[in-house]
Design a protein around this ligand. Structure first.
Ligand code: ATP
Ligand code: MG
Length: 775
């Protein structure tokens, strides 16, 4: 038996890997090999005769889980790893709940509500209670419910909790607890769990059913958790229950990288670990293998400004490396341009590939200027997170069909598609269905099935009956057909595919392509093994739906190895590493976020986020900021981030990029406000989960768009007013570039309010007379 996988490890890493029994906690800084230790430990367990079925490994993203599995496979040189339980808390628990949920009255094919579905249910309840949803904002109420669940506080406990009640009183939303109660009941009736339920219900299952607890305690003899600093109380309690018998729990984490306290994660879980178990073996790793000395130097300086970190002395044997390049630009568009120019230059001079670059920002909205510049340079890129493929309307509609087929109780899905495509079941009918369902305490679906009993007549009754028969015919298919075959039939019988195909507008075409892409991805699902656990051959619709609902920001593993520049939020980048990293938008109010600067704790969390961002870089780090940028439709002037002042000058190489880094020190003329590319193509551009964003630059390039010297583009042709929407970038013959911030008036006489930054601000434009072109 060869154990040469141990050879490359340093002493402490090896110690952590070979300590197989008892509780182990590894607390160490970024890039010190924590994840590597965890992976090697799994392989070591298996080499020592532990069955893959007995190992549970919880990670932060599905992507990390996949990588782990691959690394273990590589070490073992076999596919034994496929039976490991490796996944996110949510995906592993969803899998376990599928077999045990019926014990709690849920169907085993329960639906998983994403945040949109959940908020929609909350909104329905707020409306049913005749409360004003402008005051009881569904989003805020949902966040309260979510926080309560992650702290294992159910609706009963919530309603008698003095502090929670006080908080709701102060916010003038005293009925939040009641909404919570009704929300839970409604989800149950719908046979649905939201994301937080995957933890909360798992906890209740283990607490309420000792036999189930015993089963899993026996099964998971070895438990491992990566990124332990980001676990919340619910996750903590579940792990404690599962590991209580064998106590073979190994957690790894870094308190300096705790960035999810807004979701209820608590560093206390790290501090508590040593108290919860006797004889915890604590391992500290101090050698960083990831970054150059310069990058690590900056990281250490930054995090030292936070109080109360667990002391670590992170060092590296790696080369000194280049200084950190700090780039200031005038505008966010110039920032985008400077980054794209730098990427082009590094590819040319230093032979980096596209995949070596990652652009990290604080908020998803920042991606726009980078996308535009990358497209202009014809550099392929891919955005992780943001409005994902699965959040597009046409995709959600299609998936709603699959959901209602899989779980007839799913009211949210039913509401989405009962009259899509139009089939004569209008709003009034749906309201009637809702009232009957509430009165009789039955599901929407049951009302539809028994429509004639409830007084529906004539055309409406016929429409309902046809709908019911169609859905039932899909359901019959489930026994003998896989997810793809069912989905194809749905596309045909409902008429969705045909309807989209017949829509020849650009948007219609993009929607058609997206649905085709969805069908492709379902096909791919049926042809590749599933990720985690036993049900490897199960290609049913239920498993498919579960898998796509649990995709997280950093997932999208399909084209993992394709050669594209990656763009993502810092939150999504946790645990990852890239040769060249751009940390962008280092401005007060943006990073640190404007919401955080009044509280020391929140500011420290932002600083940890910056630490995470810096430590993703292996060999080169660029930090950029813009003097001004458009946010919320307004041009804002920004101060450089306070974090920049915390970096000693000796690490920095400052430059000013008026028109790209190549011209550093000089004002280049190429930068421009406005969107260089056709927004109308955008919906189709990032069409699929496995497709890099559209790359070809638009032939028309516009320069120097100041009002005074604005020369309209050649071929200036006005666009159809009917296609204009708020948020679009436009060009006006006289005023130059602007953004539509409001639209009013009848369809044949629309008036747009457009913000023209270089021509005196907001102007009202009558679209029938003025010539506006979408850019
Ligand atoms: P993070 O805190 O960002 O999650 P981490 O502590 O989990 O980081 P890893 O991702 O496991 O760190 O390792 C960082 C890099 O260092 C990886 O590329 C890994 O392969 C490499 N590495 C770790 N340990 C060693 C070692 N002993 N020898 C060589 N390379 C190593
Ligand atoms: Mg890691």
């Amino acid at each position: 038996m060869s154990a040469n996988y141990l050879d490359g490890l340093n002493e402490r890493q090896r110690e952590a890997v070979i300590t197989l029994q008892g509780p182990v906690m590894i607390i160490a800084g970024a890039g010190s090999g924590k994840t590597k230790v965890l992976t090697t430990r799994i392989a070591h367990l298996m080499r020592n005769g532990v069955d893959a079925f007995n190992i549970l490994s919880l990670t932060f993203t599905n992507k990390a889980a996949k990588e782990m599995k691959e690394r273990v496979e590589k070490i073992l040189g076999s596919n034994e790893a496929r039976n490991l339980y490796i996944g996110t808390f949510h995906s592993v628990f969803a899998r376990l709940l599928r077999s045990d949920a019926p014990k709690m009255g849920y169907p085993s094919d329960f639906t998983i509500y994403d945040a949109d579905d959940a908020k929609s249910v909350v909104k329905t309840i707020i409306n049913e209670l005749n409360l004003d949803d402008k005051h009881y904002k569904p989003n805020l109420v949902y966040n309260r419910i979510s926080a309560a669940k992650n702290s294992l506080i159910g609706p009963e406990a919530y309603q008698v909790d003095y502090y929670l009640q006080q908080e709701d009183q102060r916010a003038s939303r005293p009925l939040t607890g009641k909404i919570y109660d009704l929300y839970v009941k409604r989800c149950y009736k719908n046979g649905a769990m939201d994301f937080d339920d995957l933890l909360f219900k798992m906890y209740q299952l283990l607490k309420g059913f000792p036999d189930v607890l015993a089963k899993y305690q026996h099964k998971f003899k070895y438990i491992m958790i990566d990124e332990y600093q980001d676990t919340n109380p619910a996750q903590y309690e579940i792990v404690k229950l599962l590991g209580a018998v064998h106590e073979n729990i190994c957690v790894v984490g870094d308190d300096a990288q705790s960035i999810y306290s807004f979701r209820g994660a608590t560093i206390q879980n790290i501090l508590q670990f040593e108290k919860d178990y006797d004889d915890v073996k604590v391992v500290k790793l101090e050698q960083n293998y990831r970054s150059t000395k310069s990058i690590l130097g900056v990281a250490n300086e930054v995090i030292a400004k936070n109080k109360g970190q667990i002391e670590k002395n992170l060092w590296t044997d790696n080369v000194e490396g280049d200084k950190i390049k700090l780039v200031r630009t005038n505008t966010d568009n110039e920032e985008g341009k400077s980054v794209a120019d730098t990427i082009a230059e590094l590819k040319l001079r230093n032979h980096f590939a596209n995949r070596d670059f990652c652009i990290l920002y604080r908020t998803n909205a920042q991606s726009r200027s980078f996308e535009e510049s990358l497209r202009r340079q014809a550099i392929p890129y891919r955005i992780f997170g943001g409005l994902s493929f699965y959040q597009r309307k046409e995709i959600k509609d299609f998936i709603a069909y699959l959901r209602i087929i899989s779980n007839s109780r799913d009211e949210e899905a039913l509401k989405r598609i009962i009259n899509y495509p139009v089939r004569g079941i209008g709003k009034t009918t749906l309201e009637k269905v809702a009232i009957i369902a509430n009165d009789q305490n039955i599901t929407f679906w049951e009302v539809l099935e028994r429509a004639s009993e409830f007084g529906f007549k004539g055309g409406t009754l016929e429409a309902i009956a046809n709908f019911v028969i169609m859905i039932q015919s899909f359901r019959v298919m489930l026994d003998k057909h896989n997810a793809y075959e069912v989905a194809v039939q749905v596309g045909k019988s409902t008429g969705i595919v045909k309807e989209l195909f017949n829509d020849k507008t650009t948007e219609g075409l993009a929607r058609y392509e997206n649905v085709q892409e969805l069908l492709n991805s379902i096909k791919e699902f049926t042809e590749t093994p599933t990720e985690d656990g036993e049900l490897l051959d199960d290609k049913s619709l239920g498993i498919y739906l579960q898998q796509i609902t649990l995709l997280t920001d950093a997932d999208n593993t399909n084209d993992e190895n394709s050669d594209v520049v990656k763009l993502m939020t810092i939150h999504a980048s946790k645990g990852l590493e890239f040769p060249v990293v751009f940390n962008v938008g280092l401005e007060e109010g943006l990073f640190p976020s404007g919401l955080s600067i009044n509280s020391r704790e929140e500011l420290e969390e932002e600083r940890r986020l910056f630490y995470v961002a810096v430590t993703r870089a292996k060999s080169r780090l660029f930090i950029t900021y813009a003097n001004s940028r458009y946010r919320f439709g307004q041009l804002q002037q920004n101060e450089p981030s306070r974090f920049l002042e915390e970096i000693p000058e000796k690490y920095l190489d400052r430059s000013y990029a008026g028109g790209g880094l190549r011209n550093s020190g000089a004002m280049g003329g190429g930068a421009s406000w406005g969107n260089m590319f056709d927004k109308r193509k955008a919906p189709g551009a990032a069409a699929g989960p496995s497709r890099p964003a559209q790359q070809e630059p638009r032939p028309r390039v516009i320069s120097s768009p100041t009002a005074a010297n604005h020369t309209p583009s050649a071929n200036f042709t006005a666009d159809d007013p009917a296609t204009m929407e708020v948020g679009m970038d436009v060009e006006h013959q006289k005023f130059g570039f602007g953004k539509i911030i409001g639209l009013e008036g009848a369809p044949n006489n629309r008036i747009a309010t457009v913000m023209f930054p270089k021509a005196g601000g907001e102007k009202k434009i009558m679209l029938n007379y003025a010539k506006l072109m979408i850019v």
